[in-house]
Unconditional design. Structure first.
Length: 355
């Protein structure tokens, strides 16, 4: 069974009441204030961590013009690799086969594996033509992989904006070179086999041009983003709260050692001052020791102090603290006046009794 959190006595199965049978403390409410204060600290730090992560995510994804352009451009390479870089058609007796160097052509190439293996062993100029086309297919495969990598890295770029931008610049630049290399091979082979190899027909595709434009756009957008960066604005004190939260999770600090609030900012001071002023006003209004006439005067003075601020809801922390101190001084003056009045009445009663 459990033990009493106050005195440590072991509870029996018949001790079903909320109070300890030995010390009488309410075990359900024992340490409630400490737990409540710790929950407030946990809430302050965890909410600040969520706010900071959300700001980093939104800032890294769409925090500037070029960050938004990167999101728009990340799909361009994926669309560009769907177009063929080049196409090659073999016309043999009783057989004809076409191949295209693109993302779609790489998938359809699986159906023509027997012909591919046979083309490598063909005599004459067919084998060199297929060897050159294999290089174009390799460029298409590289461009397809790079397009997928660019898409994934663009989605994860909020983790580290500058580092991912530099990586995307390198990847997209390599994609531009691969597209140019495939177009050079295509142009050279198209001129070489024209009129020389009757059974092979080489056609240029628009995939190389589209790939250069798409990867070039990604390169330029990430280059500008790496140079200009992204400006992220966080709430006052949130970065400090996140740093403290990391130290708490690492075991360097304990919740009991942290103050409440953990980080004081102008906003927290403003809220505390406003609560203090409201509490003083409630005390003046509900106090039975203060005469009604004096109570009305104190409330009137407090209302006048509040009206002197520009806006009580958005008043500065200094003004609200001054209002709270003024209300506290009024309360102490009222208590002193009441104590003096009561003392005078007691002295008068004693004088009357003695007389």
């Amino acid at each position: 069974m459990a033990n009493c959190p106050n005195c440590g006595v072991k509870l029996r199965i018949t001790d079903w009441r909320p109070n300890c049978p030995k010390c009488g403390v309410n075990m359900m409410l024992h340490g409630f204030e400490e737990r409540f204060e710790q929950d407030a600290k946990v809430s302050e730090l965890t909410i600040a961590s969520v706010r900071v992560n959300y700001k980093k995510f939104t800032g890294g994804m769409a925090g500037s013009l070029w960050a938004k352009m990167r999101l728009y451009f990340m799909l361009l390479p994926v669309c560009a690799v769907l177009a063929p870089l080049a196409s090659l058609t073999f016309t043999l007796p009783f057989y004809a086969r076409s191949f295209s160097a693109g993302a779609i052509g790489l998938v359809s190439l699986l159906n023509g594996v027997p012909f591919v293996l046979a083309a490598r062993e063909m005599p004459g100029a067919v084998a060199p033509v297929w060897a050159a086309f294999s290089w174009v297919l390799l460029c298409a495969a590289v461009l397809t992989v790079l397009a997928v990598v660019i898409f994934l890295l663009s989605l994860l770029s909020f983790i580290r904006v500058k580092a991912f931008s530099i990586a995307l610049c390198c990847i997209s630049g390599f994609g531009v070179l691969a597209a140019i290399a495939s177009s050079v091979v295509s142009v050279v082979m198209d001129k070489q086999i024209e009129g020389t190899v009757s059974m092979a027909e080489w056609k240029l595709g628009i995939g190389a041009f589209l790939a250069v434009v798409a990867f070039g756009a990604v390169f330029y957008a990430n280059l500008r983003l790496a140079k200009e960066g992204v400006t992220m604005s966080f709430l006052d004190g949130d970065l400090e709260r996140v740093a403290i939260y990391k130290r708490v999770r690492a075991g360097e600090l304990k919740w009991e050692d942290l103050p409440q609030p953990v980080v004081e900012t102008e906003k927290t001071l403003e809220v505390e001052a406003r609560i203090q002023a409201d509490l003083e006003g409630i005390y003046i209004q509900n106090s039975e020791k203060i005469p009604d006439e004096l109570k009305a005067q104190l409330l009137e003075r407090r209302a006048l102090a509040l009206s002197k601020t520009k806006n009580p809801e958005t008043a500065s922390a200094t003004e609200n603290q001054a209002i709270g101190e003024a209300a506290l001084v009024d309360t102490k003056e009222a208590e002193s006046a009441i104590a003096a009045t009561l003392a005078a009445e007691e002295i008068q009663e004693e004088a009357t009794d003695n007389g």
